[in-house]
Design a protein around this ligand. Structure first.
Ligand code: S3P
Length: 170
């Protein structure tokens, strides 16, 4: 199983979707899986049950998906590797984890346009404030992301180029 990890806005779901459509690969998106099982959007889970509940469910469903082994590619949520024993689980159970790295400037640009469905950044209305938040958050999270088996800087790569690189990895 290929597991895609990286910060919000790094393109985990887009790449997984591209692989599915162009290479006939089965794909699971952890956030969508959680939404389906819980019958609620991620935003509603955060709002109604809180982040601690979300992190528990994230760990539970990650375990479930890794044990079922029915998908070729799994796209995680941005925080997944950084909570509970998730990164250890990934190292023990998945064959290929890949950190999709995107530079701060590009992340800020993407997330400023696309933050309404992301509870952790939704209320950061100023671009400089958002960039500051991402810089600090990414610094904390990279400790976990860097434990992935492979790191690809995808900042300037097209979906096609990223997909081709991924499929060449072992
Ligand atoms: C989160 C990222 C989100 C989602 C939740 C928390 C995070 O996924 O799991 O809002 O902690 O970074 P995406 O990375 O797909 O936006």
């Amino acid at each position: 199983m290929i597991v895609l990890l990286g910060y919000m806005g790094s393109g985990k779901s887009s790449i997984a979707d591209y692989l599915k459509k162009n290479y006939n690969i089965t794909y699971c998106d952890l956030d969508k899986y959680i939404e389906k099982q819980e019958q609620k959007s991620i935003s509603d889970i955060f709002q109604q049950k809180g982040e601690i509940y979300f992190r528990k469910m994230e760990n539970l469903y990650l375990n479930e998906i890794l044990s079922q082994k029915t998908t070729d590619v799994l796209a995680l949520g941005g925080g997944t590797p950084c909570y509970a024993n998730n990164m250890d689980l990934l190292k023990a159970k998945s064959s290929t984890s890949i950190y999709l790295k995107v530079d701060l400037e590009e992340l800020t640009k993407r997330l400023f346009q696309d933050k309404s469905e992301r509870p952790l950044i939704r209320d950061l209305n100023d671009k400089a404030q958002l960039k500051d938040f991402i810089r600090k958050h990414l610094f904390e999270r990279e400790y976990y992301y860097r434990q992935a088996k492979h790191i690809i800087n995808v900042t300037a790569l097209s979906l096609k180029d990223t997909a081709e690189k991924i499929l060449k990895l072992d």
